[in-house]
Design a protein around this ligand. Structure first.
Ligand code: AHR
Length: 309
């Protein structure tokens, strides 16, 4: 990454700490809170000076943060991008300033992939596929029609787009299973509850048999709405979500959720390692994906106690 660096590895004094500017996208979910803490803890442990700004779900605020990092002449910039598109211009500004960029968690959709060094984060399409495969297997002996409600995440965000695509691609083989209700609920518990209440206002014959929530927080809100409607989550309506927070795994153990596809937020150490490798002039893979599991009710009690978030 020689052409990225303001100061080459040989010019840097060995005791100069690396300064990392991190534009975090918000604090919408338990996953996000755990991700922020992981970055902060890993920076402290590895002696990296962290300058973090929280963009409160605004891409404009992320641009402002990145411009502030450029003005500060940080060594490396990390971005957790709120949405997938619109990044070319700001990434060119970072490149022109000679500051390498790491994309964390959510991916960006840019033609020129030389604008960032690497992406560290989950394979969201695979997460959607895992959710779909669980459902197909679970419904293998049940004839349709099977109605599915979907709570999407933030519109235009990589996890929402890609989880939706992965899920749909797997279900394509069963024409009698259809997504009959779908709306964005921004990855938050409150919106998950509110949108599910709306979904459940449909007449009984149009009520969903299954809920696929793009994250745990929305699923937890939706579980409240299902109970308010006098129905049993996990039985009357199957509930599948993504992330693997302690609260969601506890609901899985209690039978109110049926499957949770893991999305790992604890990627701070990988980010710090990447920042060090970049500053040492080493080459990194273009994509780094953490290992992830699928949790079902049988295994929930076993995993919940050791859960970090
Ligand atoms: O980008 C990861 C997603 O963002 C998580 O699944 C969700 O909980 C978070 O808000």
């Amino acid at each position: 990454f020689g052409d990225w660096l303001q100061t080459s590895a040989s010019e840097m004094k060995p005791d100069t700490p690396i300064t990392l500017g991190f534009s975090q996208l918000g604090k919408e979910s338990a996953w996000r809170i755990a991700n922020t803490a992981s970055v902060q803890e890993a920076a402290a442990e590895s002696g990296i000076r962290l300058v973090m700004k929280n963009a409160e779900q605004s891409q404009k605020k992320q641009f402002e943060a990145i411009r502030a990092f450029i003005a500060m002449k940080v060594d490396v910039i990390a971005i957790a991008p709120v949405v997938e598109s619109g990044w070319e211009g700001i990434l060119r500004e970072a490149k022109a300033a000679g500051i390498p960029v790491v994309i964390l968690d959510r991916s960006v959709n840019v033609k020129d992939t030389s604008l960032f060094v690497t992406t560290i984060g989950s394979d969201f399409e695979e997460e959607g596929e895992k959710a779909g495969k669980y459902l197909l297997d679970r419904m293998r002996n049940r004839p349709g029609p099977i109605r599915i409600a979907e709570l999407q995440g933030t519109s235009g965000s990589a996890p929402s787009i890609q989880r939706g695509e992965g899920f749909r691609s797997v279900l394509a083989g069963r024409a009698d299973m259809t997504i009959t209700q779908s709306a964005p609920a921004d990855f938050t518990e409150d919106k998950g509850r509110a949108i599910m209440r709306d979904f459940l206002k449909a007449p009984a014959e149009k009520r969903p048999d299954v809920l696929f929530a793009h994250n745990d927080d929305m699923a937890l809100g939706a579980i409240d709405a299902i109970e308010e409607a006098g129905l049993k989550p996990g039985e009357d309506i199957l509930v599948i979500s993504v992330d693997g927070s302690r609260r969601a795994l506890a609901e899985l153990a209690a039978g109110k959720l049926n499957a949770v596809v893991e999305c790992n937020p604890l990627i701070g150490p990988q980010l710090m390692q990447a920042a060090k490798e970049i500053m040492a002039g080493r080459t990194l893979p273009k994509r780094m994906v953490p290992p992830e599991d699928v949790f079902t009710q049988e295994r929930a009690a076993e995993v919940v106690s050791g859960r970090k978030y």
